[in-house]
Design a protein around this ligand. Structure first.
Ligand code: 13P
Length: 257
């Protein structure tokens, strides 16, 4: 089954609302033609409504960088999936920066995924091992555990709306990316095979799995030419219009069906 490639720019804590809107305005026409690729930007919460409004007639979709699992209530600082629904199609959860700095747990990633799906949105669930785990040979069991925990209680029918982003922590923002072969091997054995065990082969074949970690135009083709890599979750390179447009163009060329 052909999976539609998905390139998502995670802007993290970068760009003011004005800068975010200006970026979206410049980016959108450059990548509008590549309909074979799903194109997504994830601005800061502060810029999200303005970017969503700027992109409302554009094929470029908007993602939030997090959401809470409750619809509303006494959760200071939080934003719910229900609140995000008018503005976004995707929500990134489980990012290693949230796990490391904000105490994001596997249990909460799972609660968030279920709430996002219940609102009709799509979670992009980030998983990935640390450098110490990688060097100790613990990558596959660790990532398997994260994948199992994230999808606990999610029905097979909903899994097709889930995107998993495999982001080895040692490759994020370091300029050190995994090789295409290594990333594909981990994605196949630790992510897709785990989904197959839980939900069957057909479901596993329908789930899109991204690679993330120092993705740039110069290495995009190496990742996307792998059979199990369906796109990229991009930090640094997504902050540059030309780089972002180049990533989308490469995805259309390599994976466009
Ligand atoms: P970089 O592309 O800057 O390494 O960031 C990857 C990432 O964390 C995307 O979520």
């Amino acid at each position: 089954m052909a999976r539609r490639p998905i390139i998502a720019g995670n802007w993290k804590m970068n760009k003011s609302p004005d800068e975010s809107v200006a970026f979206a305005r410049e980016l959108s026409p450059k990548i509008a033609a590549y309909s074979e690729v799903e194109r997504v930007v994830a601005p800061t919460f502060l810029a999200m409504t303005a970017v969503a409004s700027e992109l409302k007639d554009s094929p470029v979709k908007v993602a939030a960088q997090d959401s809470h699992w409750q619809a509303d209530g006494a959760y200071t600082s939080q934003v719910s999936a229900a609140m995000l629904k008018p503005f976004v199609d995707y929500v990134i959860i489980g990012h290693s920066e949230c796990r490391a700095y904000l105490g994001e747990s596997d249990e909460n990633v799972n609660r968030k995924a279920k709430a996002i799906l219940a609102e009709g949105l799509q979670p992009i669930i980030a998983v990935g091992e640390s450098l110490a785990q990688y060097e100790a040979g613990e990558t596959v069991p660790f990532v398997r555990f994260q994948v199992i925990a994230a999808q606990d209680g999610i029905a097979a029918a909903d899994m097709a709306r889930v995107v998993i982003a495999y982001e080895p922590i040692w490759a994020i923002g370091t300029g050190k990316s995994a090789s295409g072969d290594l990333a594909d091997d981990i994605i196949r054995t630790a992510v897709r095979a785990t989904i197959a065990e839980l939900h069957g082969d057909n479901t596993a074949e329908s789930v899109r799995i991204q690679y993330g970690g120092s993705v740039k135009p110069g290495n995009m083709e190496e990742f996307l030419s792998q059979p199990n890599i369906d796109g990229a979750l991009v930090g640094g390179a997504s902050l540059d219009v030309e780089d972002f447009a180049a990533l989308v163009e490469i995805a259309a060329r390599v994976k466009g069906h």
